[in-house]
Design a protein around this ligand. Structure first.
Ligand code: PRX
Length: 678
């Protein structure tokens, strides 16, 4: 059976020249390496890799032992893909590992969070302050009747309070659900409907490119008619007036006022759910991936250890937004578990000028950054004069995740950002895998520009053909994972069958990533892109189906197809094709109206670059829209792929003419829109 939800097809990455990518030779790690490298040399790294390959359970147990447990586990692992458990019977608490542990290790007066708002306001929280606020929120949640297993939705921007709220949930065993603060009401509503959160924490507003984004107002719209949300807690961020529903809404300050700064942490079994994070799949309905509390902690801790080699005196900045898993992995949980100082920034990286990114790095003497390819592409567009104006001498490492990194951007960053010696670690991961599991080891492994490096310790990857047979180096195939690991999502909230169907049915017994990849003779992997209906727009993961269903809801639209096409900055942008209802004349400005419809319903980040009104869709004889041909028409301005399945080839010809020869939409429309890296 094909992936039930998907139309996985290697044709999706046909345009990528894997040979050209593989031609980039390895570049040794930066001479001085970030901090003390975790291995004496490359040989020692390879030995360790081999040891972990032979006995992955022993490896994961070794990592887990670096963390604090309230009761030891009885078994490192039971079961196998897709039904497995780790550290069975072990009891721990994530907030204790990320906060309390550091108080006992001499870090209580160390800055945990150095926060900067977009307007330039600043706050610093020490580990002690983070602890106290976390406990106050945890006690307030308990008082509000929230306990172990209850769902709390977190619709917040990057604020210090966001850290306290998330760790308060961990502390009492509530399951938190982060929802990207850039989502519009419909996207928020569908996630709440699925998670059935009893309590939602939001802010009055956040700042974005100088504008006040009214989060509470959007939430109110999303909550209209939903009666299961008992409480809405509102952090005062911008100080704007917001309507407060009597009996339901409470200001955050009032919620935590008078609460004790101590709160007994709940001992939680290692496999109990820690959080739900929604991600776009290949249907209109987003999937609520469920990560185990301790499993995610162990994975994220290891990820940060190897990909960043985070040290006690590092000043570390993860530029991601809390609504995408990058932030929990690399800041909220994985970063804090290492006790580093985190720079946290609220706004757009190029606001009010393209220098903001460098300015923040300079101000706090940031030495390690975690960001996204789209952010680096944006910076390279602004040119090398910007980084030259700032003192970036502290900078040692830039790691990234989210989409393919083109080698040109790699070389640009190396040359222009920080004296030509900054290490660049392009890592690959997914919301599902809870970690960026293909990655260089900071200070140790050579990088091949554009590649993601080798799978980290404890992960087993395979690249296979249509029949699931491993392919040799240099051949493009589907990327699979063949063995379990602690931080793989354990289920989809409320729909375990969908979990099995989506990830384990196409290649039974193995996890299917939905990505195409190629690897070289030296074991380096290049992930080429999705082979299904998921697109990564400026690193934001969206489902083309979700966009299509928003269009179909519009009263004028009969049919809609959305495809992702390459874009110079955002990596991919959505382009929509619509057929209007019969008898409807296309009114003037209908394209703009439909773009707005998507922005309003889903998010401004999802706004299509182009909307084409066409008279019919290219369909197979069985009535399926051949989206890959639409993609080709836009990206290449002509069709070279197989069209034999088409019912009416003339439809396609008309579309190709309508799209025009240089079909690709203009890039560089990043101004005013959000990037995951920012
Ligand atoms: O297509 C791959 C792409 O991003 C997808 C995962 O998106 P998301 O779940 O939002 O990621 C969360 C990150 C923890 C993947 O299926 N992707 C991610 N990193 C890379 C990448 N593609 C190529 N190279 C990468 N380094």
């Amino acid at each position: 059976m094909a992936v039930t939800e998907g139309r996985a097809d290697l044709a999706a990455v046909r345009g990528t020249d894997a040979g050209a990518l593989l031609s980039h030779p390895p570049v040794p790690p930066a001479r001085e390496g970030p901090g003390r490298p975790p291995f004496a040399d490359f040989r020692a790294y390879l030995d360790y890799l081999e040891r972990a390959r032979r006995d992955p359970d022993a490896y994961w147990a070794e990592i887990a032992s670096e963390l604090e447990w309230m009761a030891p586990w009885a078994r490192v692992r039971t079961g196998d893909l897709p039904d497995f458990k780790y550290f069975v019977g072990g009891l721990t608490n994530v907030s204790v590992n990320c906060i309390d542990r550091h108080l006992r290790q001499g870090r209580k007066n160390k800055a945990a969070i150095v926060w900067e708002g977009e307007p330039g306001d600043r706050r610093v929280w020490t580990y002690q302050m983070l602890h106290d606020e976390t406990c106050r929120v945890a006690n307030a949640l308990r008082q509000a009747g929230v306990g172990k297993g209850d769902v709390v939705a977190v619709y917040l921007p990057n604020l210090p309070e966001t850290f306290a709220v998330v760790h308060a949930c961990y502390r009492i065993g509530a399951i938190y659900n982060v929802i990207f603060s850039g989502f519009s009401a419909d996207a928020v509503r569908s996630r709440l409907l699925d998670s059935r959160a009893r309590l939602v924490i939001t802010a009055d507003a956040t700042y974005r490119r100088g504008r006040v984004i009214p989060l509470k107002r959007t939430l109110d719209e999303a909550l209209d008619g939903l009666d299961f949300v008992e409480r809405v807690v509102v952090v005062r961020r911008a100080g704007i007036e917001v309507p407060m529903a009597a009996g339901r809404d409470v200001p955050y300050d009032e919620f935590v006022r008078g609460m004790p700064a101590r709160c007994e942490p709940e001992p939680l079994e290692a496999n109990e759910p820690g959080f739900i994070i929604y991600t776009s799949g290949t249907t209109a309905r987003p999937k609520g991936l469920v990560h185990a509390g301790a499993g995610f902690l162990v994975g994220a801790y290891a990820n940060v250890k190897w990909s960043l080699n985070l040290q006690d005196d590092d000043v570390y900045w993860c530029t991601a937004d809390v609504g995408w898993l990058t932030f929990p992995i690399f800041a909220l949980v994985g970063g804090l578990a290492h006790g580093a100082t985190h720079v946290v920034y609220e706004g757009a990286l190029d606001y009010p000028s393209p220098g903001r990114f460098y300015e923040v790095a300079e101000r706090y003497r940031v030495n390690k950054i975690f960001t996204a390819p789209t952010a680096l592409r944006m910076l390279s567009r602004y040119g090398p004069d910007w980084p030259r104006r700032y003192d970036l001498s502290a900078l040692e490492l830039i790691a990234l995740v989210g989409e393919p990194l083109d080698p040109e951007t790699w070389y640009w960053v190396r040359r222009h950002v920080g004296d030509g010696r900054v290490e660049i670690n392009n890592t690959y991961g997914q919301t599902e895998t809870g970690t960026a599991w293909i990655s260089g080891v900071a200070g140790v492994t050579p990088a091949r520009p554009g590649s993601c490096g080798l799978p980290l310790f404890g992960y087993q990857a395979e690249v296979v053909d249509e029949q699931g047979r491993p392919v040799p180096p240099g051949t493009t195939g589907y990327l699979l994972i063949t063995a379990p690991f602690p931080c793989l999502a354990r289920t989809i909230w409320g729909d375990h069958q969908r979990y099995l169907d989506t990830y384990f049915s196409r290649f039974p017994g193995r996890y299917f990533t939905g990505d195409a990849a190629v690897y070289g003779d030296d074991g380096h992997f290049w992930v080429l892109g999705r082979v299904d209906d998921v697109i990564n727009v400026a690193g934001h993961r969206l489902s083309t189906m979700e966009l299509e269903s928003a269009l179909i809801n519009h009263p004028l639209v009969a049919e809609a197809a959305v495809v992702g096409v390459p874009d110079a900055i955002k990596g991919t942008v959505p382009v929509a094709f619509v057929v209007l209802k019969s008898g409807v004349e296309a009114p003037a400005g209908v394209e703009d109206q439909l773009k707005e419809e998507i922005a309003r319903r889903i998010s401004p980040i999802a706004r299509p670059a182009r909307v084409y009104v066409v008279d019919a869709m290219p369909k197979t004889r069985s009535g399926k829209i051949m989206r890959r041909l639409l993609r080709e028409a836009v990206a290449e301005g002509r069709i070279t792929g197989d069209t034999t399945a088409l019912e009416d080839p003339e439809v396609l010809e008309r579309i190709v003419r309508a799209v025009g020869p240089a079909g690709a939409p203009a890039g560089g429309q990043h101004q005013g829109e959000r990037q995951r890296g920012a």
